[in-house]
Design a binder for this molecule. Structure first.
Ligand SMILES: Nc1nc2c(c(=O)[nH]1)N[C@H]1C(S)=C(S)[C@@H](COP(=O)(O)O)O[C@H]1N2
Ligand SMILES: [Mo]
Length: 318
């Protein structure tokens, strides 16, 4: 999940552009401002002023979720993103800003009592919005800490009313190669697909994100709706969701479909289980240059370890 090259997932993070070089390049580009243009700069700072839910932000912070580190400044987290629909570099803010996030509907289907397609603003207004400070650990061994705004995934599951035999919840990103040039790269299994067990989806930590830094979500973070499951590697936290399906079959997820020997369904963070091509023992904290030891379940074991205690023989880590 690295770099600008059709076989990027085969290249180790150590060979990917180091952040310092990346930031220098951004600084150079900012100097030649005409190259970037107003939309990029606006996109990095805020969602569209016309966002119909802007009045809901900032939402009240839920203090239950504590950090062991400083929040990452938006100028770093908002300008170093993984969003393959808009390119395989970390610099997707300008391209993603062009995604039309209204009108937007979320289809909820599969093993549910009543399938629905709901307008995003109706969904957001129905749900109990709150702010939570979460860590985020990418499988590429970088991390950040951000103030997400959103609602518990469990509230959406309750609204959907899944049937008793639903075991998995599958979430998909929009598919529109006209807006997302990355989706013209046919060798990727679009649309980006992720999934959780229904039990994981019911865990307190599983969070549907609609905003960040006290504002509606900027496009590069996955507007208008993305997942945050902070005890798992970042690729589980799918962006720009437009379909949620309940099923009794484990889905094949985007990265698993590309390279199942390296990326699996569970993808729980574990510093002791190396990626086949690099160590997961430490992480590079965005914006600080600091290296920190990575924590089991990204430090969220007290919330989630019980979910996995009876799962013998599963590849729980990445
Ligand atoms: N649709 C979609 N969702 C995605 C990705 C992607 O390429 N496309 N990248 C994932 C990865 S690898 C990470 S680390 C996080 C990055 O989230 P951020 O850019 O908000 O930091 O988004 C995840 N969700
Ligand atoms: Mo990632």
């Amino acid at each position: 999940m690295l770099i600008k090259n059709r076989r990027g997932w085969e290249i180790p993070e150590s060979e990917a552009t180091p952040e310092s070089a990346f930031l220098n390049r951004r600084a150079l580009m900012a100097g030649g401002a005409g190259l970037i243009g107003a939309s990029v700069i606006g996109g990095a700072q805020a969602a569209s002023p016309a966002d119909p839910t802007a009045d809901l932000y900032p939402a009240k912070r839920n203090d239950r979720y504590k950090l062991d580190r400083a929040l990452t400044d938006e100028k770093f987290s908002g300008d170093y993103n993984n969003y393959y629909e808009f390119g395989t570099s970390k610099s997707v803010t300008g391209a993603a800003a062009k995604l039309k996030t209204r009108p937007w509907t979320v289809k909820i289907d599969g093993l549910v009592d009543k399938p629905v397609e709901i307008a995003i603003d109706d969904l957001i207004r129905k749900m109990p919005l709150e702010e939570r400070l979460y860590r985020h650990r990418c499988v590429e061994a970088w991390s950040m800490a951000v103030p997400w705004t959103g609602f518990p995934l469990a509230s959406l599951v309750a609204m959907a009313s899944p049937k008793a035999d639903a075991r998995y919840i599958v979430m998909q990103t929009f598919k529109d190669p006209g807006q997302a040039p990355g989706q013209k790269q046919f060798w990727y299994p679009w649309p980006y697909t992720e999934g959780l067990t229904v039990e994981e989806a019911g865990n307190d930590l599983a969070f549907m994100v609609t905003g960040v830094y006290g504002k509606p979500l900027a496009n590069q973070f996955g507007a208008p709706l993305r997942l945050a499951v902070p005890w798992k590697y970042g690729f589980k936290s799918v962006k720009a969701i437009d379909r949620i399906t309940f099923t009794n079959e484990r889905p094949k997820t985007f990265w698993e479909a590309l390279q199942s020997s390296e990326y699996g369904f569970w993808a729980n963070v574990n510093p002791e289980v190396s990626h086949p091509r690099w160590s997961q023992a430490e992480e590079r904290v965005l914006g600080t240059g600091e290296m920190r030891p990575t924590l089991l379940f990204n430090g969220y074991g007290e919330y989630v370890a019980d979910l996995y205690k009876n799962l013998k023989g599963e590849r729980l880590w990445a």
